[in-house]
Structures are given as structure tokens and as C-alpha cells.
Design a binder for this molecule. Structure first.
Ligand SMILES: [Fe+2]
Ligand SMILES: [Fe+2]
Length: 248
């Protein structure tokens, strides 16, 4: 089996794009602050998962996992703020969140509706994706050793999350653990498709509105102006009142 922390083939191909995304210090700071929010959300969901499970070992592991994610949130937040404090005020620009989303996972999940096995399968895949992504970010952040050290620190925990979720899935769901993983993969694919479809719908909607604004509205505006030019200027004498004896 290859290195489990090796970036995915797509991310390896897109490495120059990732390097560009992380090059700008303003964008880097904003992305770190966004990652902090995602990690803190994950910590809340894991605390909820610890409340819901009836398995004492899983409860302990979920609580430890939640603490790790909270620590990651404060590491990312501290580094993002330190970067921002050292920079002049900059415009809010493109963050490329679809390309470099951080540790996204539990945001797609309703913890209350999952059983232990499906939750572990989903967590394993999310942690694995995050760990591989963070390994790639470390490689492209050679120009910012302090941020690279943060990812290095976080990556150790992500590797642990990835391996404990797999071990526990084998314990809880054996011999169907592989099937659970495939189900979770299909669920992630479906959610990725929905995200892409929503993004595409938003682009198409924006385009259609622009076409309406620039191509369909101008003829009406032109006709309205022409009609306005035909109207007499200034005060216009009111129509004479109809006689009170008439029914009209
Ligand atoms: Fe994390
Ligand atoms: Fe994690």
C-alpha cells in the first residue's frame, strides 16, 4: 500500500494552482481563519456524536477527536491573525475555497441521523482527504515556515484520526466495514455532485440575469424614452370635467 498521506493525483496535477492560492499573504490569512471555523464546527459535531453513541470506547475517542479539532481551530486562528496583523489592509479577494477547502467533512453530515458505523466510515474518508490535502499545503508553503509548521502539527492529529476511525470501523462493522466505506464514498460523491450542480446553477443564473439586463431591457428602455419624448413638456391643462348630469 502506498503512502496514505500522499496527495491525491488531482491535487498533485493541480499543485502549481495550490501554490498560487497560498502565495498571496492576505488570501493565506483569510483561508486560515476559514479553516479555523471549519475545525471548530467539526469539534461541535464530534462532541454531539460522543453524546449520542452508546459505545464507551467510541465516546472517549470522539471526545479526544473533538479536543484535537478545537486545538486545530485555535492554531489556525492564531496563525491567521498573526499574518493579518503584519499586513497592510487589503481588499477581500478570491479565496478558491472549492479548490482548497480545508478539513471539510462533518459540515455535510447530520450527526443525529448516523449510526456509529456510517459515522466512522464518513469520518475516515473526510480525515483521509483532509490529511492528504494538508500534506500538499505543507509542500507548497516552503516560503512561510510558520504556517507550514502549523500544518505539520495538525497533520499528526489528522493521521491519528484517519487511523483510529478505520480501526474502530473494523471493530464495529466487521465484516461489512468495506461495504460501509463504499457507501460513504458514494454519499460523498453525491454531495460533491450536488455542490458542483449548485455552483453551476448559480453561475448560469447570474449569466441569465446579465443577459436579461444587457440584451432584453435596453429595447424597452429605448421605447420608454421615445414615448417620453413625445409627451408635451411642462404643465398640461387638465381634461375638462364631464357634466354632472352625464353618467360618464
Ligand atoms: Fe482537524
Ligand atoms: Fe481531523
Amino acid at each position: 500500500m502506498g503512502d496514505p498521506l500522499r496527495p491525491s493525483a488531482i491535487d498533485r496535477v493541480l499543485r502549481p494552482v495550490h501554490a498560487w492560492v497560498w502565495l498571496d499573504p492576505h488570501r493565506r490569512a483569510r483561508k486560515l481563519l476559514r479553516f479555523a471555523e471549519t475545525e471548530a464546527d467539526g469539534a461541535r459535531d464530534l462532541s454531539r456524536a460522543a453524546e449520542l453513541t452508546a459505545d464507551p470506547l467510541l465516546r472517549r475517542l470522539f471526545l479526544r477527536h473533538a479536543e484535537d479539532e478545537l486545538r486545530h481551530a485555535s492554531l489556525f486562528r492564531a496563525r491567521g491573525r498573526a499574518l493579518l496583523n503584519g499586513l497592510p489592509r487589503g481588499p477581500k479577494g478570491f479565496e478558491a475555497n472549492w479548490l482548497a477547502p480545508g478539513e471539510r467533512g462533518l459540515d455535510d453530515l447530520r450527526v443525529d441521523r448516523e449510526r456509529d458505523a456510517s459515522l466512522l466510515a464518513f469520518l475516515h474518508l473526510s480525515e483521509k482527504a483532509a490529511a492528504r490535502r494538508f500534506a500538499l499545503y505543507m509542500r507548497v508553503l516552503f516560503h512561510d515556515p510558520a504556517t507550514r509548521d502549523v500544518f505539520d502539527d495538525v497533520l499528526h492529529d489528522e493521521a491519528f484520526h484517519m487511523s483510529y476511525t478505520h480501526t474502530q470501523l473494523d471493530r464495529v462493522a466487521a465484516p461489512r466495514s468495506r461495504a460501509r466505506l463504499w457507501q460513504a464514498r458514494a454519499g460523498r460523491l453525491w454531495k460533491a455532485y450536488l455542490r458542483a450542480a449548485a455552483a453551476l446553477a448559480s453561475v448560469v443564473g447570474t449569466l441569465l440575469l446579465r443577459v436579461q439586463y444587457f440584451l432584453i431591457l435596453p429595447p424597452f428602455a429605448f421605447l420608454a424614452r421615445r414615448a417620453a419624448r413625445r409627451e408635451p413638456e411642462g404643465f398640461v391643462r387638465a381634461r375638462p370635467r364631464p357634466p354632472l348630469t352625464s353618467q360618464y
